[in-house]
Design a protein around this ligand. Structure first.
Ligand SMILES: [Zn+2]
Length: 330
């Protein structure tokens, strides 16, 4: 069975297969990328591929090793994950003791250390000893979304494999396999910025759906109400500060739809397909220059927030800039 999170990763899987068939398996790999991108899924798949006894297609899914792997019964594969908030030295000591024993049935023993950046300093130092002199049969796969929290002496001993963001169409495909409508899947794909796990989380999150409705309602106010009222209604942003990136992306995505439709009159290019009437209306009533200005204001505010500018001032400036440039005749 193809894991849905592996959709769109075929070139990476081909590369990993090439490493195995070329006999170039390193002792340590570092799978890096943002949370939700699929590092653990790919790491497990890589482990299964290395252990598979097939000479042709890996994983074959039918050999003894593949079956053991799929049933979480493989004697030569160990998963090490966080216990509480960290990966502790006793977990790495246990791993080191296990590494001293030869593989039970195949050529390799594989250890996958998930969220490896939360290893304590002592745990990292203990692991380093293994990475300095690994037994010939050992392969250690580290997954991380924060490479800077790992000792440089560890990362320099690993072959680095970045996990790329997926194109939107793959995320849509993943979500559709989870019975999500294509229309909604396209919105979630856009908001998730190519991160499959994030898109899946968003699709199951009722709070996100409420936040989206509130944000898109607010756009109507932004275009029609006086500036004084707009600033009074800023609560949407203040009370959802932890989700400000999502709100900004939703705003930008909606504006992008208005702009694209006003330029092409092609509704197949619209992502917020449940908001067609509003998009048609705004694309007629607001000039392209004004919409482009609004998108610029959102991007500028995102940059400001990234550089730790004052939150409320940045949001107020953004809203006034959008509403000042764009006002419907009502
Ligand atoms: Zn197999």
């Amino acid at each position: 069975m193809i894991h849905s999170k592996l959709i769109g990763q075929s070139s990476l899987l081909d590369r990993l297969n090439g490493i195995i068939s070329g006999g170039r398996i390193a002792h340590a790999y570092l799978l890096k990328g943002p949370k939700g991108i699929g590092k653990t899924t790919i790491g497990k798949k890589f482990a299964k591929m290395i252990l598979c006894s097939s000479k042709a297609k890996r994983p074959c899914n039918i050999c003894q090793s593949c079956i053991q792997f799929d049933t979480a019964n493989h004697p030569d594969y160990k998963y090490v994950g966080p216990v509480g908030q960290s990966i502790r030295i006793d977990q790495i000591r246990e791993l080191r003791q296990d590494i001293a024993i030869k593989p039970y049935q195949g050529r390799y023993k594989i250890y996958l250390i998930d969220d490896s950046h939360i290893m304590t300093q002592q745990a990292q130092n203990a692991l380093l000893k293994t990475l300095e002199e690994p037994p010939s049969f050992v392969v250690i796969i580290l997954c991380t979304d924060n490479i800077h929290a790992l000792l440089p002496t560890i990362t320099s001993r690993c072959q680095s494999i970045p996990i790329r963001h997926l194109a939107s169409r793959y995320i849509v495909e993943i979500l559709k396999k989870r019975n999500i409508d294509e229309d909604k899947a396209r919105v979630y794909a856009q908001i998730s910025a190519g991160i499959a796990g994030r898109a899946i989380d968003i699709s199951m999150d009722e709070e996100f759906k409420t936040l989206r409705e509130k944000t898109l309602d607010y756009i109507g106010d932004l275009f029609s109400k006086p500036d004084v009222q707009i600033l009074k209604d800023i609560d949407l942003f203040i009370s959802n500060r932890e989700n400000i990136w999502t709100i900004m992306e939703l705003l930008a995505l909606f504006m992008r739809d208005v702009l694209v439709y006003s330029e092409t009159l092609d509704n197949h290019l619209i992502i917020n397909t449940d908001k067609l009437s509003e998009i048609y209306r705004y694309s007629e009533e607001i000039s392209r220059e004004q919409i482009k200005g609004a998108i610029e204001s959102i991007k500028a505010a995102q940059r400001m927030l990234k550089s730790n500018a004052n939150f409320q001032l940045t949001i107020e400036n953004m809203l006034l800039s959008i509403s000042g440039g764009v006002k419907l005749c009502i």
